[in-house]
Design a protein around this ligand. Structure first.
Ligand code: A3P
Ligand code: MG
Length: 424
């Protein structure tokens, strides 16, 4: 539990979004009709950039130097539920897709290319699911989330932010990211801020222009999961079976970062099959693949770039370990190693110019404060679109009744009209 707690002796920093700049005394709530506006502005430039986004009044810096404070409070994440997506991407409010980790041999020889051509069903990633599965889970579990001590008529959630773990991972790593920007759509509805990613133009282009080799390499990570996971506690992995990436098991966790109450969900690869393993999320295991490390330069890059992503992804939901399969050029896993998340910061400490967990968490905390500050109108058809490109500040634009709207009618209506149904 201690790994997630760090009590800051200076309470002042927690509520103060220190790195965001007031640029103009307008309200930032104006209706922005241009759904494609991509507000980017160089750091430290004051005043709105002409012709791009005249309505923004604030921006937030991602410069890492601004976030080197004490580690913020991050409460031990608690699993409040889980859900599963089946081979056709249908939602189930249960853990039927949970898998169990089976350790590979000491000298593994796992061919990750096997089955790519003939036993692979790939999820259609052109279907944008936004927050829909999480929203389904919320409706099915509302009574667990309603405000404590609230009156019978109140059905607001006792939560500041609802999002995917993957979106938070992008926030944690932003101060160190030099290649890929992001866009996050935010809607305030009944006091809760919902955050859902919008695909950037650059990401869409990259996806369209992927090489065949890249497409195949994306399969390798899933194949490693198939070699190391069984469907039942006493079962064996079935590497000869069909691999279908529609299937998923997701944990839903609740936690607090500084004064932000968070509810988020993330896909979990598998769990420890030992019946005496600790309760979720502490029994969960994240599986990863990475190129074999043969030179000091490769080791340094692994520490500086890969371990940052691995740490951020698992630290957020309280998943305590990553099991990594190291593969050769041909896509054969030749070594498997476990990385406890709590040891990663020691592993990187001799690395020059390396990332720092405190910078990641402080940036995320300040970003959430920034969102609370700007996304003031409580309205399911208003989207605050936060945009970021490396070496720029985070900026935003406001969109009303636009294609950016992401809270579906079925969610808004159910949340507005009915009481939570009590689950046992
Ligand atoms: P690796 O993690 O071994 O690269 P996750 O690790 O998050 O559970 O994701 C499982 C696998 O999905 C990844 O395995 C990789 O094969 C694929 N994948 C996920 N996100 C990806 C991305 N942005 N680009 C390429 N591959 C991705
Ligand atoms: Mg994984």
């Amino acid at each position: 539990m201690e790994q997630h707690r760090s009590h800051n002796p200076n309470p002042n920093h927690q509520n103060r979004p220190s790195a965001y700049k007031r640029e103009r005394e307008d309200n930032g709530r104006n209706h922005c009709e241009n759904k494609h506006s991509r507000p980017n502005r160089p750091q430290n430039q004051s005043g709105p950039s002409r012709g791009q986004n005249p309505h923004s009044s604030l921006s937030l810096s991602t410069r890492k130097e601004l976030y080197e404070r004490d580690f913020p409070v991050y409460k031990q994440p608690v699993e409040v539920g889980c859900f599963s997506l089946d081979s056709e991407r249908r939602f189930f409010n249960d853990g039927r897709q949970m898998r169990y980790y089976v350790e590979p041999d000491r000298s593994p020889n796992l061919d990750l290319r096997d089955g790519y051509k003939d036993r692979f069903i790939k999820r259609d990633d052109s279907v944008k699911e936004k927050l829909d599965h999480m929203l389904r889970w919320i409706l099915a579990n509302r009574s667990k989330l309603s405000a404590r001590g609230a009156t019978a008529s109140s059905c607001d959630l006792d939560i500041d932010f609802v999002t995917w773990r993957g979106h938070l991972t992008k926030l944690l790593t932003a101060p160190y990211e030099t290649r890929e920007g992001w866009q996050l759509a935010v809607t305030r509805f009944r006091g809760t801020l919902y955050i859902s990613e919008v695909e950037t133009e650059a990401a869409r282009r990259d996806q369209e222009n992927r090489t065949e080799r890249h497409e195949e390499m994306m399969y390798w990570g899933y194949k490693f999961e198939q070699y190391t996971c069984a469907d039942t506690v006493h079962g064996r992995p079935d590497p000869g079976g069909v691999l279908n990436t529609n299937e998923a098991f997701c944990t839903v966790v609740q936690t607090r970062l500084a004064d932000h109450r968070l509810l988020f969900s993330g896909e979990v690869d598998c769990r420890d099959k030992d019946p005496n393993a600790p309760a979720a999320p502490a029994c969960y295991i994240e599986l990863k693949t990475s190129a074999e490390i043969c030179t000091p330069k490769q080791r340094s890059n692994f520490h500086r770039f890969k371990l940052l992503k691995w740490w951020a992804q698992s630290f957020l939901p309280g998943v305590p370990r990553v099991v990594a399969g190291f593969r050769d050029e041909e896509g054969v896993v030749v070594a498997v190693e476990t990385f406890p998340i709590s040891k990663i910061s020691h592993l990187i400490k001799n690395e020059q110019n390396c990332w720092k967990p405190t910078v990641c968490m402080n940036f995320c905390s300040d970003f959430l404060s920034f969102v609370k500050h700007i996304a003031t109108e409580d309205n399911p058809s208003v989207v605050y679109l936060l945009s970021w490109e490396p070496r720029r500040d985070v900026t935003f634009s406001v969109h009303r009744d636009s294609p950016y709207c992401f809270l579906p009618h079925w969610f808004v209506e159910e949340m507005t009209s009915s009481q939570p149904s009590h689950q046992s």
